[in-house]
Design a binder for this molecule. Structure first.
Ligand code: ADP
Ligand code: MG
Length: 481
């Protein structure tokens, strides 16, 4: 590289809103129906049908606007964005152009650093298009219009993100925010949270923006990072060899980890935007904004600082919990039984419980062991009424049989009280049968303890609790010393 180049990134994120129905029709907005079974005459753009705006979609957009400290438009209008695509039945997409519902917000890349905030230029509502399905029918392209009319909030940042790492950090914060606001499920694989990255480079120290390429088709954080890095290198190489970057839309190929040209980017005038005559302007009353503001849930940054200050959780652990609102809710519910050590509960959730959830492909919100049940199990170990070594077995038992923590712990306690007297006998036997080793231990060769534990385990036929044996054995060895 001959010169130094600065990277400039602006992101456009399409956030699919979790409304019950579509943005302009009463069709269900759920994912996964058979192709073309979830699109009515409005979604299909039949002549004579009229769109009706979904109030929930408006409210969710306002919710987002308030959370990022943006201006909420008093009057917001919808526009037609005209283009021809097989999966766009009307020949235009209803979107917003002038007067978007949300403008000029901010979101920090680093929660505690004010100057890490990225400007959100706008967030506007629009309908999604259908899907063209290649490769399923030989010689044909299939069209699935289930997605047509799905409500999207398109969030557009200023071109001020400086590295691919920061782009990912920003996206993680944003995903965390929209999921905690419960306006989006954040599922990147299903396309509920997808991102286009606009990338350009300019010589270090200059201020004029370079020509950008827009990369589409990015459905994982890893791909976004790799696509931006590839694009940066490609553009620098072009510029350094005296060529120009063309403003175009590029696709990222996961296999080659490269971007390639898809089409020369349309200019705004190609879309012939104009206000949609079928829809009235949306007038948003101050009282509506205030009532939404009053009902906002605790925002992730606030939660993050509470976890750190009140619960003493590390930043890393907190990030893991905030990764999904249902996980942080489960965690907090588990503490409600009166646990003193949140970290213990965290460990059980992210360890054995996550393993069980993953194995059964169940979301934590549908966990077979409820948060309070897990809390009670952890509490029993915290209070010492259950040996920690039994936790896993009991949790698995709870998971498989649905038996409550209380019943299983009581059962365990009555069994272990039986074996306490057995244990006493086994210990005595082992100590008398192994004089030599006992002496060795007492003369400082403490490693021999392992052998003695093994002897007791043998007598218990593997039923003994090694930790308990360890403790009791030590007591005896030291007491008679
Ligand atoms: P569209 O992509 O629909 O034409 P805009 O022109 O408003 O819309 O730009 C969309 C995104 O591209 C924004 O996130 C913006 O920050 C980003 N962007 C614009 N110019 C550049 C540039 N030169 N380099 C990097 N990003 C840019
Ligand atoms: Mg764009």
């Amino acid at each position: 590289m001959k010169e130094n180049w600065d990277l400039v990134i602006g992101l456009e994120i399409h956030v699919q809103l979790t409304t019950a129905s579509k943005i302009f029709s009463a069709t269900s907005n759920s994912f996964g129906a058979d192709p073309n079974c979830q699109a009515n005459i409005v979604d299909l753009g039949f002549p004579g049908t009229l769109p009706v705006i979904n109030e929930e979609a408006i409210k969710k957009a306002i919710t987002f606007g308030i959370a990022v400290n943006a201006n909420i438009a008093n009057e917001s209008i919808f526009a037609r964005k005209n283009y021809f695509y097989p999966d766009l039945p009307k020949g235009y997409q209803i979107s917003q152009y002038e007067a978007p519902i949300v403008a000029n917000g901010k979101l920090r890349i680093h929660p505690t650093e004010e100057d890490s905030a990225i400007i959100i230029e706008r967030a506007h509502l629009e309908e999604d298009a259908g899907k063209s399905i290649h490769f399923t029918h030989q010689n044909y392209t299939g069209i699935d219009l289930n997605r047509a009319g799905t409500p999207l909030l398109e969030i557009v940042t200023a071109p001020s993100i400086k590295s691919s790492k920061d782009a990912i950090r920003f996206l993680k914060r944003l995903r965390e925010l929209v999921t905690h606001l419960e306006i989006c499920d954040g599922n990147m694989q299903e396309g509920s949270f997808r991102c286009d990255a606009n990338v350009s480079v300019r010589k270090s120290g200059t201020t004029k923006l370079g020509t950008r390429a827009e990369i589409k088709n990015l459905n994982s954080f890893k791909f976004i990072e790799s696509a931006i890095e590839f694009e940066r290198a490609r553009q620098i190489e072009l510029l350094e060899s005296g060529e120009n970057v063309i403003q175009e839309t590029r696709l990222y190929d996961e296999k080659t980890q490269e971007t390639r040209s898809m089409r020369v980017k349309e200019n705004e005038f190609d879309y012939r935007y104009f206000p949609d005559p079928d829809l009235l302007p949306v007038v948003i009353d101050e009282t509506v904004i205030e009532s939404i503001r009053a009902s906002l849930p605790e925002l992730p940054d606030k939660k993050r600082s509470r976890y750190s200050k009140v619960l003493n959780m590390s930043a890393k652990d907190t990030n893991l919990l905030l990764n999904s609102p249902s996980t942080s809710k489960y965690f907090e519910d588990s503490l409600s039984v009166g646990l003193k050590d949140p970290k213990a509960s965290f460990n059980w959730i992210t360890g054995e419980l996550f393993r069980l959830l993953k194995k059964s492909e169940v979301d934590i919100s549908d966990s077979k062991v409820s948060a309070t049940e897990l809390g009670l199990l952890v509490l029993a170990m915290e209070e010492g009424s259950l040996p920690k070594s039994k936790g896993k077995e009991i949790l698995n038992n709870m998971w498989e049989t649905g038996t409550s923590a209380k019943i299983l712990i009581e059962k365990q306690m009555s069994e272990s009280s039986l074996s306490i007297s057995d244990l006493e006998n086994w210990l005595e036997e082992v100590l008398t049968e192994n004089h030599k080793q006992v002496e060795e231990f007492r003369s400082g060769k403490e490693k021999i303890l392992g052998f003695l534990i093994g002897q007791v385990m043998k007598k218990s036929k593997g039923r003994g609790d090694p930790r308990l044996i360890n403790d009791e054995l030590l007591k005896k060895l030291r007491a008679q010393n």
